[in-house]
Design a protein around this ligand. Structure first.
Ligand code: NAD
Length: 260
C-alpha cells in the first residue's frame, strides 16, 4: 500500500538514501532540507521548524504515515545541538498530530554510536532541564574552547535525542496513539558528513582504530536507510523505544555485557 512519508535531511547521505528507497517502493515522500528539497528550511531556527509543520500539513493534506527525522550536523559548534536535538524533536512532536490520523503511523530518527561515548554533562543537563537558549549557551562555551571540546556538542546532542525517545515512546502520546518511535545508531556511514575523515589512508586508519566495526567495516547510506524504512513500515507493530545500533559490531565491542 502506498504510504506518505516526510524525511528530513533528504538532500544528502542517509536521508537521501531513505527518500530514494521509499520512492522506489512506491511511497510518497516530502523531503525537507536546507536546499534541494520540497520544503527548504533551516531546522536550527524556530521559524524553520514551524514552516516544516505548516508546509507538511499543506503538502500531505493533513495526514502522514511516516516521519523520519534524519537531518543533522557533526560540526564542533552549538548549531549541531540546535539541529540534531531541537530540530529532530520539533519535527517529531510537531508532526505527531498528522501521524495520529494515519491507520499505521510510524516515526524514527537517527542517533549515533557516539551517543554511548564521552559527552558533556552540563550540556546534557541544560538540554533536559533548561531552555534551548541555555543549552545553546553551553554549546557555544564548548565551541569557543576549540574543536576537540566543541565536538562534544555532537555526542551530547545524540545522547539527549536517544534519551528523549526512550522516555517518549511508551507514553500515551506515542504508544497510546499506536505510533512506534525508534532511533537507529549508525557506526561510520560513508556520506558527505564523514568524507573529510575518510579522505586519506591515514584518516581512515585513525577512524577505524577508534571505531572498530568488525562486521564489514564502514557502510554506505543504503544500509541505515533499509533499517529506517523497516522501522517506519506497516510491518513494525511492536518495536518501539529502541535505539537500534547498525554499527558493524561497534556497540558489542565497546559495551559487551554491560547493557544487562
Ligand atoms: N555519516 C555517519 O557516519 C553518521 C553516523 C551516525 C549518525 N549519523 C547521523 O545521520 C544523520 C544524517 O547524516 P549523513 O551522514 O547523511 O550526513 P549528510 O551531511 O550527508 O546529510 C545531512 C543532511 O542534513 C541537512 N541539514 C543539516 N543541517 C540542517 C538544518 N539546519 N536544517 C535542515 N537540514 C539540515 C544537510 O543539509 C544534509 O542534507 C545525521 O543526523 C548524522 O548525525 C551519521
Amino acid at each position: 500500500m502506498t504510504r506518505s512519508y516526510l524525511v528530513t535531511g533528504a538532500a544528502s547521505g542517509i536521508g537521501r538514501a531513505t527518500r530514494d528507497l521509499l520512492l522506489e517502493r512506491g511511497h510518497r515522500v516530502i523531503g525537507v532540507d536546507l536546499r534541494n528539497a520540497d520544503i527548504e528550511v533551516d531546522l536550527t531556527t524556530a521559524s524553520g521548524r514551524d514552516d516544516v509543520i505548516g508546509r507538511a500539513t499543506e503538502l500531505s493534506g493533513g495526514v502522514l504515515d511516516g516521519v523520519v527525522a534524519v537531518a543533522g550536523l557533526s560540526a564542533p559548534i552549538a548549531a549541531t545541538v540546535a539541529v540534531n536535538y531541537y530540530g529532530a524533536v520539533a519535527t517529531l512532536e510537531g508532526l505527531r498530530p498528522l501521524l495520529a490520523k494515519s491507520d499505521a503511523p510510524r516515526a524514527a530518527t537517527v542517533a549515533s554510536m557516539t551517543s554511548i561515548g564521552p559527552f558533556d554533562e552540563r550540556l546534557l543537563n541544560a538540554i533536559e532541564s533548561g531552555t534551548e537558549a541555555e543549552a545553546l549557551g553551553r554549546g557555544k562555551e564548548l565551541e569557543d574552547s576549540g574543536p576537540e571540546i566543541g565536538y562534544l556538542n555532537y555526542p551530547t546532542s545524540k545522547r539527549a535525542l536517544a534519551r528523549w525517545l526512550r522516555r517518549q515512546a511508551p507514553t500515551e502520546a506515542w504508544a497510546g496513539a499506536g505510533i512506534p518511535l525508534n532511533a537507529i545508531a549508525p557506526g561510520i556511514v560513508l556520506t558527505p558528513m564523514t568524507e573529510p575523515l575518510m579522505a586519506t589512508p591515514e584518516g581512515r586508519e585513525q577512524v577505524l582504530q577508534s571505531v572498530p566495526m568488525p562486521l564489514n567495516g564502514p557502510m554506505g547510506p543504503a544500509a541505515p536507510a533499509e533499517l529506517l524504512v523497516w522501522l517506519t513500515s506497516e510491518v513494525n507493530t511492536h518495536v518501539t523505544g529502541q535505539v537500534v545500533f547498525i554499527d558493524g559490531g561497534f556497540d558489542a565491542v565497546t559495551r559487551g555485557d554491560s547493557t544487562w
